[in-house]
Design a binder for this molecule. Sequence first.
Ligand code: XUL
Length: 540
Amino acid sequence: MSDLFLGLDCSTQSLTSIIIDFSSGKVIYRDRIDFDEDLPQYNTQNGIIILDDSKIIHSYPLMWVEALEILFEKMKTTEILIHNIKAITGSGQQHGTVYLNTKFERNLKRLDANKSLVSQLKDSFSRPTSPVWMDSSTAKQCEEIREKLGGLESTIELLGSNTFERFSGPQIRKFFQEEPELYKQTSIIHLVSSFMASILLGMSASIDHGDGAGMNLMNIKTKQWEDKALEATAPYLRDILPSLTEPYNIIGLLSSYFVRKFGFNPDTQLIAWSGDNPNSLIGVGLIKKGKVAISLGTSDTYFGYLQDLYFDFKGEGHVFGAPTGDYMSLICYKNGSLARERIKDNFNLNWEKFSEILNNTPPGNKGKIMLPYFFPEIVPQVLEPHVYRFGFNENDIEGNVRGIIEAQFLSMKLHSEWIGEKPSEIYATGGASANKDILQVMANIFNTKVRMFELTESAALGAAFRAAKSYYNLNNKIKSWDEIINKFIDFQKSIVVVPDEKYIELYDDMLKLYKNYEDFILNNDEDPELKRLEFIKKYF
Ligand code: XUL
């Protein structure tokens, strides 16, 4: 009998599933529920609802639950031997918080397999919507918490990150301040990851150290809730947070609801869910130093495995827990795929045409530079969205297409410098990583070769690997991470995009210029127009 493992990924725009067959080393099933398309009744756009200008961004936890049920309904009608799935875990968009009342646990315990999850869970929420990672409405709360923790440096040393608008702590504080009555009715606050795990478990599940580190509430060294942060955030918070757990812990067996309804094995083990970035770290096989990954999804992220704790005291980067029990470094951009799509849609292009234009424009973009803050940006911090263009305007197709892609990678290169040594290789993942022309710009700007794997859903894949690892550990058939990763990743087809040495100097100069423009706009530094003209003279 084959050993199957299911990895789920509840991301911003969709819920993805991947099943791996460990015996054959193959991915045998993939599916995806798109929130906008498959659940139109929630009326989301890109999986989110914008509640106020561009800052308050929420989603519907019930929509994620409904997607889970649809996903399993579909799985049931396939050839997949659901009964052979040995263990399940998952990945959630990070930082988002789900606010539940006392009925939640009761409802989960009494689930009737003849009824839908949504009909039985709909009265479980003290807040019907969840603020997600794209929300940037908590600048005030961030400042208050940071101040109470003794300022930037001590906050980072305590929690692994500065306070960030999208992080759970500031979001919880805002909820407590603005809706104190509803806060009082909240008996448990989950992350997206632990909420989804709870549904599968039939009771409240723990938060893992990977996702817990993205809350501004967990002590990054002890991996326990940090009293000072809890106190700085909201009253009696410790009582309404789940416990914390190692990311590889088995949290229990799958709830009988899923066994009865979909034919899962009653012995199916559940492993703590984690955030999408920690899962992706494993999904691309980053268990050692030396390489990094760039994920091009709704958010663009740059991340790597960290052996020793290491902080960005400038306050832009994060340290999260890694699924191995170690740490990972990360920087995150909000102007990822939605910003690329804006440009594509503004000019009525499809991705092929977009690539063709990218390919036909010269590296350096003839000195046209964009600061692409279509949405408030995380790195560097920009709270008021605005797209700045230097040397071109919004009607210039070529300037905009190359401008957005070069800006994204120049900014990443600039703001990832704290992570240290130059990587020997970059693993590209996420939807847009399938675009070779985008990867060529990435390779040239970082002057590093870029590898793209056949499977771009690294978060769901990483979850499936984690399920296998924990299951075999439990059953005394211990397998190393290397063994698991080699079995799947090394045999996956991949392409390598090699940097073109011709552009090393050009992009070094352009990086400096890009920094000058950031400093000009964000720090009121001198206008670098003359430097831009020199750049044009030198290269074009
Ligand atoms: C990471 C972050 C995003 C979300 C959504 O800090 O905010 O990458 O996890 O994917």
